[in-house]
Ligand binder design. Structure first.
Ligand code: NAP
Length: 286
């Protein structure tokens, strides 16, 4: 029940109507009995500064940040965590005495399902398909796990070069090389982990996969195929991976874990991860 004391959390983005964050976070808040409500705020790029000044004025406790504001919000914050600086994007903001502080919980969200496998990752070679925003969190995560190699594969040589050079001053020093899509065959045969960070396979083109079955068959046995897409489930990429005997991981756990990490920052208490998972699964019909 919303009362005169109910605190406010939310997400800023544009567009934002499709966001699953309100559903996931409000299920968690209800489970915790926390007197907060989490709302989606459609905020146009030119209104971002005004919006967050307004949030401070009305006592918003914290908020999530999504496309297109993940980078644009950075100069508006009083403090940015090393994780967010390494990724170059902020997805979680909270109020401090000095002003708004930001971090990036996609890195811990991405790592959570890998860490639960209890493997040694220091010898691992990872192939990352795509070089957009999510790929940045994946590269930071691989560096944090001290992996041996991270090969980022993209379709634009210009964007790949910009991606590579953006890491040159990073304190994380990721073991990064970038490659054109044509190099995939050689890279896949050595990969321990293949991550799809492209939107290929999302609705409405749910039967598309960033890797053909032929390419998937190049991946060595025992490897993990990780798709950041969470709907449909499984994606065609993960269906092909499973056919080839690889271990599939979809993006739902990452979505839940990045949200749980944000909630823990805002409320300073453990998040009900199972409740968040269930709320999403029910909504997505999984
Ligand atoms: P983004 O910044 O737009 O990056 C998308 C990347 O995919 C770009 O490198 C783009 O290449 C590449 N790409 C797009 N279409 C392609 C195609 N047909 N062939 C080859 N490459 C293609 O998007 P993002 O924010 O990184 O998100 C990417 C995906 O991750 C989305 O599906 C998103 O839902 C998912 N995601 C999931 C979570 C989670 O919690 N599970 C979190 C974040 C993102 P160019 O650079 O050449 O355009």
């Amino acid at each position: 029940m919303i009362t005169g004391k109910t605190g406010l959390l939310g997400v800023v983005g544009d567009p934002i109507g499709h966001s699953l964050s309100p559903l996931m976070h409000n299920a968690a808040l209800e489970k915790l009995g926390a007197d907060y409500v989490y709302v989606a705020f459609p905020v146009a790029a030119e209104q971002l500064k005004t919006a967050i000044e307004g949030f401070a004025a009305v006592g918003v406790r914290g908020f999530s940040v999504t496309i297109p504001h993940k980078q644009a919000i950075m100069p508006l914050l009083a403090d940015i965590s090393p994780a967010a600086q390494a990724v170059g994007a902020v997805n979680t903001v909270w109020r401090t005495e000095q002003g708004w502080a930001g971090t990036n919980t996609d890195v811990v969200g991405f790592l959570a399902p890998l860490q639960s496998l209890n493997r040694d990752w220091t010898e691992a070679k990872t192939v990352v398909l795509g070089n957009g925003g999510a790929a940045r969190a994946v590269v930071a995560a691989c560096a944090q796990m001290e992996m041996q190699a991270v090969h980022v594969v993209g379709r634009s040589l210009e964007k790949l070069a910009a991606f590579e050079s953006s890491w040159q001053t990073s304190p994380l020093h990721p073991p990064l090389t970038v490659h054109a899509w044509e190099s995939l065959t050689d890279l896949l045969s050595q990969a321990d982990l293949v991550v799809n960070t492209t939107p290929i396979g999302m609705h409405p083109k749910a039967d598309a996969s960033p890797l053909t079955l032929e390419l998937m068959q190049q991946v060595k046995q025992g490897a993990i195929a990780y798709d950041l897409i969470y709907t449909p489930s499984p994606t065609q990429f993960l269906t092909l991976a499973a056919q080839h005997g690889l271990t599939p991981i979809d993006g739902l756990e990452m979505l839940v874990q990045q949200g749980a990490a944000a909630l823990e920052i805002w409320l300073q208490q453990a998040a009900p991860v199972d409740t968040m998972h269930q709320a999403l699964k029910q909504h997505l019909g999984l």
